[in-house]
Design a protein around this ligand. Sequence first.
Ligand code: MN
Ligand code: MN
Length: 461
Amino acid sequence: MQYKNENGWIKSNEKKEIFYFCDEYKKFLDLGKTEREFVKEGVKFVEAKGFVPAESKKSLQVGDKVYYVNRGKNLVLAVIGKEDIEKGVNYVVSHIDSPRLDLKGNPLYEEFELAYMKTHYYGGIKKYQWASLPLALHGVVILENGESVEITIGEKDEDPVFTIPDILPHLAAKIQGERKSGEVIKGEELQIIVGSIPSTIENKEIKDRVKYAILEILNRDYGMVEEDFISAELELVPAGKAKDIGFDRSMVGAYGQDDRICGYTSMRAIVDLEEVPERTAICFLADKEEIGSSGSTGLKSDYLAYITGDIVEKVKGNFTEMMLRRVLWNSQSLSSDVNAGVDPIFKGVHDIQNAAKIGFGVVVTKYTGARGKSGTNDADAEYVGKIRKLLNDADVCWQIGELGKVDEGGGGTVAMYLAHLGIRTIDIGPALLAMHSPFEVSSKLDVYETYRAYKVFYTRG
Ligand code: MN
Ligand code: MN
């Protein structure tokens, strides 16, 4: 196990290289603030690096680089390795969905000549953190004629933003002062303010004129009518760009680093492979992790087995169910997700001896879960040993980390769904401060070491 040296940076990497890598990382975070955007930008990025759509290939040869897109929300990259694929694949699996606020199906209403939209939160958020912040709206609307309209409002300097106005402290004592932290802002109070100018249309029957004016704008700009909100996925995310944090710029502050930090580093690692790997390497970017990996774009779906089957068939020229099962059972993976870094302000929630610290490298997590390891993969000692040696041999800066004290809380990742398919799995990714908040904090050193860990796994794992 290797920790930071006395200079604060491990010797094998120059600070300049790490900072440059993180500048690229920040740019990508700004481009991909939703799972759909991340996939779209990811496709552009990997196509420029020689990856082609898998459906354009009838057969696959050693060294081929292909990608798959599932319903606009999963991106899977594969590099065909030299070894017989039946000996297994090396997967790095992360998720590109993040906690956020989704607009409800019928969101718009007016009261006191103010127009508001109602939201339903997605994933585990502390609701109060989302009030009195500038929020941007990202997403797609499917119009009745089937046309898909993309909307992004709030990211350009000249764009308007949205916000959930919190109650002023002067009047908060009774209505809010006694509430528990989960209810400082209640779910139904997560509503954005969207307008205040009434429509001037000369029609006496129209009552809610501010609401009507908003619908006029949406119709003018996007061809939308009110019913179109039902067939839409419109997500509110914190507006603004990823930033450096600190006088020394040693950290990155941004929304959505859980888990696009692993999405980006695992994608960069497979794209940057200098030579054809021994084993077939697959980078899998999943959706829906934050709500339990459900749905056809979540890891509980069959998509990972489906694309693996497609690769097996194209590599071998034939396919049997048993062949696919053998490939999966012989495979190994890194479940790439973030862990909680120790924050000195709240250090009491950790067993410091077993906790991750930001700036101390990528975190290897044998098990997650809650209480008595409930809901976890719990990697076997042999596989942990293998990964430990791999990281040590490559001089990767890493540490172990358990998610909080025993019985303090807990959480899960996609690891158990990979393990369910027979894939040997361990959790590994950087630690964050303020995870699931609108502004999560990572260490630049950890971002870079995570990238190096994934790269060595694809290459030699
Ligand atoms: Mn995560
Ligand atoms: Mn999460």
